[in-house]
Write a protein of this length. Structure first.
Lengths: 175, 175, 175, 175
DNA sequence: ACCTTCGGGACTGCCCGTTACT
DNA sequence: AGTAACGGGCAGTCCCGAAGGT
């Protein structure tokens, strides 16, 4: 794996295990087993590194949701149903605390949110494209987002057992 | 107003106008028109200050949601409907970017989330108490949370005009 | 007991239990169960407080050594012998870590050593007054001082069992 | 000379000329003609710097006492006599006020004493190895220590003229 | 006699990014 | 492509002492 990738991985790990506050160039370098100079060679600035992390997160989201979209039968609310499936995938990015950590990182420097906003708009467009009742689709999508955020913050509205029921209830609203 | 309150206010303002990254003791002191020594007298540490901010946010939430609960006619999903009303109140805490900023602050030091988790559990209990179909109530509540978080992050799933329609759609699901 | 005394006591305790670095007006106040304002009323400045601590230490030394001097039979090296007895008194000030802590405090602000230097000169005079061979007396006295300092620093040249033998050897040199 | 050494030198100078209380990272950096960032690169914390100073002091002691040991004729009390010679060397570490300052620094953070205790134990072993009467050797060694400490604290039991006589008296007790 | 509040200054430690070198 | 050393800035904390009340 390229050094560049190794560094992004390391940064992810740091955030996951120690929190955003501990994400420093030195720490990322140490975990990646590279000198700080090495990090600075690949990422001119810390923001650059965070940008790369955001980009990777986005890619991962696209990838997984594309996967579920393909599995999902065609018909109304296909994208909304995809969102539900994606959010409940235990291996998906929605379950990765890195997401929340990145949100925090971005909250610190709001500019880093820009690329995320772009893909977010794309998701909305998709929702609109196949939702007979957009408000209905939007509510479900927002509920999924809310669930993700809550997971990131350690808040658990639903435990594992009722999660399945919530998933079914959400899908039931999309038929 | 007491100096202590003035300082918390100032901290809120700083976060609102400059972002979490700019929340520093010096800055809060400057805005509150108090010396840093004064701040440190009231809050031994920065975490103390953030804790106070969280506490105030919680109080505000309780207050507003209590207000809407009283206005809401009795019947099924009364608490869920209250959540919807509260989230759409343009003057409520849900519309205050301070909320999102605090989320970020807490993401940095996860311990500060503890008091919030407590009240969150209480909200869940309330939801359970009057929701004939808990999954339904939970989905709506999570959707409201998701909307709040998105607002905090500058993501707007719905603009002002459709917001009203979403609100009605949400309430329609709670009858 | 007077508040003033309580404060000095508290300061002593703080130094004993937490080290010189932890001796602050606030801490002393807390331990003495008095507000800082109370402390500042009795001691205009922190140096004042330290001065009082030094004064008390000196008083204690004088008291104990006077006690042993009275017990000690008259004859050559009576004062030197008194020094030995005093240093080996397990309850004497020489065994109190406060002594070493004060040394450190004084090393920080050398001016606070002045009163101590005065009494130190008096002790030398006493030694001179009844030592047939002053060098002999001085060596023994310095050895006792060295032992005290070492105890303060946690260095133990001699453990308890040989301490007695050292004491006897020292006294044997003073006959 | 390496920057690292320059910094330790500077710290020594600061302590010697301004006292422990004035030893700050900034001051050491200034005297060493290095930025604070540079200092922090070599010494993660202030304790680290002090540790380095202690280590250097110990090295110096070993060096000088080894020197005198080689000059000292073989026979009983050879190590005790070495201690006496070392303590009276006007250029030796025993005459360097840095010693007292370091003691103070260590009194503030007792952990920094640990390496010193180790070498201290070694000195005791040496004393034991060639002292026909250990108590005698110990008393002389403690007297030398006491003299050093007193010099550090600005207490002068003996002025220059009698110092020589004390030295001879000490050596006379070691034959 | 004693307390609460606050001002102001100083120090530690952290962390980003530059430079010179390889 | 990668490193070690270093610069500079600043946030967080601590702590002394002043001011004015009770």
């Amino acid at each position: 794996m390229s050094t560049r990738e190794k560094i992004v991985d390391a940064a992810m790990t740091v955030v996951r295990e120690q929190g955003v506050g501990r994400l420093t160039l030195d720490e990322a370098a140490k975990v990646a087993n590279v000198s700080k100079g090495g990090v600075l060679y690949h990422f001119k600035t810390k923001d650059d590194l965070v940008r790369a992390m955001v980009a990777r997160l986005i890619d991962r989201c696209e990838e997984v949701s594309q996967h579920y979209y393909n599995l999902e039968p065609d018909g109304p609310y296909r994208w909304a149903r995809t969102v539900v499936r994606t959010c409940f995938d235990p291996n998906g990015p929605a379950s990765d605390p890195v997401g929340g950590a990145l949100m925090a990182a971005m909250a610190i420097n709001p500019d880093l949110m820009v690329p995320f906003r772009t893909v977010y708009d794309r998701w909305i467009e998709r929702l609109k494209s196949d939702s007979p009742d957009f408000e209905r689709g939007a509510i479900i999508a927002m509920a999924m987002d809310g669930m993700c955020f809550e997971r990131m913050l350690g808040l658990n509205l639903v435990n594992e057992e009722v999660a399945e029921r919530v998933k079914l209830a959400a899908l039931a609203l999309l038929t």
